[in-house]
Design a protein around this ligand. Structure first.
Ligand code: ADP
Length: 326
């Protein structure tokens, strides 16, 4: 300044620096503590919303893999996890359906195959043991039963479809009178030797439009039950009644009848009235459910009239498409 050098000297005490460091230390500790709490909270949140649902899903999936199809995947956590669980629950219920269909199929197979197999064995033994019975009529019955078996085998898949609701009927016009006669004939000889009296009351040859194989299965199942459950007189009466343009087929036995409290359940799958029978009846509780499925698919009326102690009359009713005199 004005040609003179000027020196400015600035000076300050160093003590406040320590105070600042102290403040910074304390703040860093607070920040650390807050970060620690936040990260703990975050870890808990991630555990609850992501890890735990995935662990639960995994546990349920392992139980599903072990064959427990009745599982439900818990729908919690984030949307993606919930969606995954919902999809897995749906897959499990589909697996469950397939599994119960498979079980039903096995039960149906054994039920439907047992009757013709018993018949074939019965006739074969009859022909072996009684020389006079070694004839072509009896052989024909064995051949017919074998045919029925092979029809059944092709039909067995249809039965599972029937129960899953995708069954198609192969409807043709055929004589229900002849169908009943054919079923009765197959039974008659074997059963008459055991003392059964099976009557068929019909005065016309009646044609209906329906699935012939399935209708003969209906007659088989109803007749089989009548034979199993009829009274000591071992009498069974099959009736063909024509009224207006309808034919009603009745299968009557003289057995113990069915308790009114059981009547509405007997058509259910696997339902068996719990009592001791006169004869060793090895039923599966499927016969009437197959009958019901087939008749409902045709749209035919059906039912049972039964009084305790007075036997039962099982019936179904169909539209007549043609009548011939016998
Ligand atoms: P099952 O193979 O046991 O005979 P069904 O489905 O054919 O199975 O019949 C179901 C139940 O209905 C039977 O267990 C039996 O108790 C009863 N039932 C069926 N038909 C008769 C009948 N004609 N008389 C008395 N009870 C019957």
């Amino acid at each position: 300044m004005n040609g003179k050098d000027v020196v400015i000297v600035l000076s300050t005490a160093l003590t406040p620096l320590f105070a600042t460091r102290e403040i910074l230390n304390v703040e860093t500790m607070y920040v650390c503590a807050v970060m620690l709490v936040v990260s703990i909270l975050l870890a808990v949140l991630i555990y609850r919303k992501i890890s735990r649902p995935i662990m639960n899903t995994n546990k349920t999936a392992m139980s599903l893999a072990g064959g427990n199809y009745d599982v439900k995947f818990e729908s919690n956590g984030y949307r993606e996890i919930r969606e995954l669980n919902d999809t897995l629950t749906f897959a499990a219920s589909e697996l469950n359906k397939t599994e119960s269909l498979r079980r039903d199929l096995m039960a149906n197979i054994s039920h439907d195959l047992r009757t013709p197999l018993t018949m074939i064995r019965g006739y074969a033994e009859l022909m072996r043991d009684i020389p006079g019975e070694n004839n072509s009529d009896n052989l024909q019955i064995i051949i017919d039963e074998t045919n029925r078996l092979s029809n059944l085998v092709t039909d067995i898949l249809d039965i599972s479809k029937l129960q899953s609701g995708v069954m198609k009927l192969n409807e043709t016009e055929f004589s229900i009178t002849d169908t009943i006669k054919a079923v009765l004939n197959r039974y008659r000889k074997l059963k008459e030797l055991e003392g059964y009296k099976i009557e068929f009351e019909s005065d016309k040859n009646v044609y209906i439009k329906a699935d012939a194989i399935k209708m003969s299965q209906v007659v088989y199942n109803l007749l089989n039950n009548a034979i199993n459950y009829t009274g000591d007189d071992k009498k069974i009466t099959v009736r063909q009644i024509i009224k207006d343009r309808k034919v009603r087929i009745e299968i009557e036995d003289t057995g113990e009848g069915i308790d009114p409290k059981d009547i509405k359940f007997i058509w259910d799958r696997y339902y068996k009235v719990d009592k001791t029978h006169k004869r060793p009846v090895s039923g599966t509780g499927l016969g009437l459910s197959i009958v019901k499925n087939i008749l409902e698919l045709h749209g035919f009326d059906y039912g049972v009239i039964s009084d305790k102690g007075k036997g039962s009359v099982f019936y179904f009713q169909a539209d007549i498409s043609k009548i011939d005199n016998i």
